[in-house]
Design a protein around this ligand. Structure first.
Ligand code: 13P
Length: 252
C-alpha cells in the first residue's frame, strides 16, 4: 500500500524553544484528531531533532533532518552524520533539496553518496527533484527530473529503494506563492512513477510515495492531494504554523 505523507520542512527557522513549542502544538492537535492513514513528518533543523522527537508521540509523528553528510564520521568540521541523526530518534532525512543543490553546490554524484550513507544508517530518504523556471520554459523539465533521479538515486538496489520517498518540487514554486497547477503536478508525478517503474518494476512503482512541494498550503492541499499520483506534500512556509500544517494533514 502506498503511504501518504505530509512532511514539514522547517528549513532554517525557529529557535530551539520555538521549535519544541511548534512540535508540541502539532502533537497536541494530532493526538485529538487522529491523522489516520497519513504519516506526519517534522523535518526540523538538526539541532532541534532530539528535543522535538522526544516531545512528540512517535506512534503518530515521525521526525527527520534536512541534510546529512555523505561521510560516516571523522574530521569534517560542522558536518552532521546520518548515524547522529538516527541516534537523535529521527526516521527520515531530506536529500537533494533545491536549496542544497543551488546554494551548496550539491550535485547528483554527491547526492547519490549521501543517499547510500543515509540508507546504510537506516534512515528513510525523502529525495527531492525538480526543475528551475528556465528549464520548464525551455520544455526541459522532464529531462532534468529524469537526470536527477537516474544519476542521484536510481543506482540503489530494489531493497534500498523501499526506504525512499520522492518529492517533486518545481523550484519556481518554492516560496513564491505560485503553485504548480493540478495538471502540471499530476503530469510530472505520473512521469516520475513511470521512471520508477522502468527501473524497479510495477509493484515498487505503485507503492512509491511521491510528494509535491512548492507553495502547498492549507488552501490548495486538498486539490493537490486528490490527484492520483500525488501522495502527500513537502511543506515549507505553511509547516511553520501549527494550524496551517494540521489543516494540510487533514486535507486528505
Ligand atoms: P514552500 O512550501 O515554502 O514553497 O517550500 C517548499 C519547500 O521547499 C519544501 O521543501
Amino acid at each position: 500500500m502506498r503511504k501518504k505523507i505530509v512532511a514539514g520542512n522547517w528549513k532554517m527557522n525557529k529557535t530551539l524553544q520555538e521549535g519544541t513549542e511548534l512540535g508540541e502544538s502539532i502533537n497536541n492537535y494530532l493526538k485529538k484528531h487522529n491523522p489516520g492513514q497519513v504519516e506526519p513528518v517534522l523535518c526540523t533543523p538538526s539541532i532541534h531533532l532530539a528535543a522535538v522527537t522526544d516531545i512528540v508521540d512517535n506512534n503518530i509523528i515521525k521526525t527527520g533532518a534536512q541534510n546529512c553528510s555523505e561521510k560516516e564520521s571523522g574530521a569534517y568540521t560542522g558536518e552532521i552524520s546520518a548515524s547522529m541523526i538516527k541516534s537523535a530518534g529521527a526516521t527520515y532525512v531530506i536529500l537533494g533539496h533545491s536549496e542544497r543543490r543551488s546554494y551548496f553546490m550539491e550535485d547528483d554524484d554527491l547526492l547519490y553518496n549521501k543517499t547510500i550513507t543515509a540508507l546504510k544508517n537506516e534512515l528513510k530518504v525523502i529525495f527531492c527533484c525538480g526543475e528551475v523556471l528556465k528549464e520548464r520554459e525551455n520544455q526541459n523539465h522532464f529531462q532534468i527530473v529524469r537526470r536527477q533521479l537516474e544519476t542521484g538515486l536510481f543506482n540503489i538496489t530494489d531493497q534500498q529503494f523501499l526506504n525512499v520517498v520522492i518529492a517533486y518540487e518545481p523550484v519556481w514554486a518554492i516560496g513564491t506563492g505560485v503553485t504548480a497547477t493540478s495538471q502540471q503536478a499530476q503530469e510530472m508525478h505520473h512521469f516520475i512513477r513511470g521512471l520508477v517503474e522502468e527501473k524497479y518494476g510495477n509493484t515498487i512503482a505503485e507503492d512509491t510515495t511521491i510528494l509535491y512541494g512548492g507553495s502547498c498550503n492549507a488552501g490548495n492541499a486538498d486539490e493537490l492531494f486528490s490527484l492520483p499520483d500525488v501522495d502527500g506534500g513537502l511543506i515549507g512556509g505553511a509547516s511553520l504554523k501549527s494550524d496551517d500544517f494540521c489543516k494540510i494533514i487533514g486535507s486528505f
